[in-house]
Design a binder for this molecule. Sequence first.
Ligand code: SAM
Ligand code: SF4
Length: 320
Amino acid sequence: MLIDGHGRKVDYLRVSVTERCNFRCQYCMPEKPFSWVPREELLSYEELFEFIKVSIDEGVKKVRITGGEPLLREGLDSFIKMISTYKDDIDLALTTNGFLLPKSAQKLADAGLKRINVSLDSLKPDVAAKVAQKDVLKTVLKGIQAADDAGLKIKINCVPMKGINDNELVDIIDFCKEKGYQVRFIEYMENDHASKYAKGLNSEEIQELIKKSYNFEKLEREGSSPSQEYKLEDGYVFGIIEPHKDDFCATCNRIRLTASGVLIPCLYYEDAQSIKEAIKNKDIPKAVAILKDVLANKPEKNKWTEDSEVSARAFYETGG
Ligand code: SAM
Ligand code: SF4
């Protein structure tokens, strides 16, 4: 079992397979970065899998593949197959912008993927295009349907932004309710890489907007889910991810591995350690030692709880 320096059990590993992306979301990567990490500096799928095996052997129960846009990296289905066949009860999930799902959803399901989170910030083509800086909506909706048809369990992620999609939150709930997907609204996390015009809504503001159409109650927080759930009168449950709240970090069970082998203990801070050399040298005891050291130094809290704090970390690098 993996326990961090604050006594929290860590059993969830998020693995970013690429920092590259085919969208330019205002809150994440509004402009193409000055340079990408060269491909030859990335860990191969086999090398990433070596570390995933180590983590599973040490107690990780849930693995999420993310990015950048993970479906941009070729052979993702084979990577998923490696993980799903190593331990068939591993909770294996993927977070994607959905654009490449029409072609890949069935292959991913066949490889053993069970769950998928798709980002959907708007149901209006022009607004979705404004957020992603590309005409994406039709293809993303096709992708979500393809994932549904392939039998994947779907959650929708939406980042509410002031003056952009804040008049659509109820429409997004209605869409997800009808389709049987859970929606989770994610509070915008201020970061140096986002557009300087990006302004998010906090949980209270999100709730106020939804209250205009629906009554709902706050549910007891369960396990280490980052999402606070709320139940509408008809039983539909939506979530809000509230990193600006004091208690958000109390049950944090996550660590993150980037495509270049950097192990990150917290989404906010820049501290991290590389497991790249240990994995390339097949030095598993060293990889385990680095993992334990990173956990021992995992910060107790992010800093978004403090007014006007901005993280220097890029979401497209850490995988969100
Ligand atoms: N490209 C994929 C996607 O967009 O779903 C996966 C990577 S993305 C970095 C993972 C999640 O982080 C997405 O749900 C995205 O909306 C969220 N995200 C990115 N930047 C964010 C920010 N500044 N604040 C809150 N959520 C953010
Ligand atoms: Fe790409 Fe996802 Fe970031 Fe949007 S949120 S730019 S889709 S990595």
